[in-house]
Design a protein around this ligand. Structure first.
Ligand code: ATP
Ligand code: CA
Ligand code: CA
Length: 187
């Protein structure tokens, strides 16, 4: 699957929460806020950060999810191939052992509280994520998952018009991991 995502920094979620509740948004599902703890791996020679490749194990609701994200292919929107596998806690530990054994290292753990609302916008399913990221700040992410390349341009436009509707401007492409490392003075 292909992840198409836009990220915005905000000072609070009040305005967007209000809009989701008041306005004519077609809300399909509202998920309770969940803590996601993401451990990112990297390799000194492969240097995933240069292409925005991601390899991580996420822990959420006592579930473990291994995620690979391919190189980013856009300047203003994050567009990446995403592959996810659910692992048992035991297998997550084994996977970590394998990564370390291959010469990878754990970069950092990004912990955030994410409240997700699934809405219908211009015929597409859009995930609206309100993220409170430890040590970093508050962000809104808008995401469409596409099955094929041909869907990308329309999805990008839909995210842009939705952002405008929410009054969100100045999207950023910096990842939470980079922001965390910056705030810790490790970048
Ligand atoms: P998701 O959208 O999958 O829920 P997220 O919103 O929690 O993820 P993002 O900020 O969208 O987090 O992505 C985190 C990103 O960190 C990864 O996609 C990866 O490309 C990136 N990354 C940045 N720097 C590094 C690094 N030094 N080593 C490994 N990965 C890195
Ligand atoms: Ca995403
Ligand atoms: Ca994201």
């Amino acid at each position: 699957m292909i992840e198409i995502e836009k990220k915005f920094q905000v000072v609070s979620f009040d305005a967007i929460r209000k809009q989701l509740a008041d306005e004519s948004f077609d809300v399909m599902e509202e998920f309770p806020p969940r803590v996601q703890s993401d451990e990112y791996f990297n390799h000194r020679q492969l240097r995933f950060e240069l292409q925005d490749i991601a390899l991580r194990i996420r822990e959420v609701d006592n579930k473990h999810i291994l995620t690979f994200k391919g190189p980013n292919r856009d300047a203003t929107t994050k567009i990446r191939t995403e592959v996810e596998v659910e692992l048992s806690a035991e297998d997550a530990e084994k996977m970590t052992q394998m990564f370390l054994g291959m010469g990878m290292h754990s970069v950092a753990k990004v912990v955030k509280n994410r409240a997700t609302t699934l809405i219908r916008w211009q015929g597409a399913n859009v995930e609206v994520c309100l993220d409170g990221v430890d040590e970093v700040g508050y962000f809104v992410e808008l995401e469409i998952v596409a099955d094929g390349e041909s869907e990308i341009p329309a999805a990008k436009e839909k995210l842009e018009s939705l952002a405008e509707k929410f009054g969100l401007s100045d999207s950023i492409t910096t990842s939470y991991l980079e922001m965390l490392l910056q705030s810790r003075g490790q970048m």
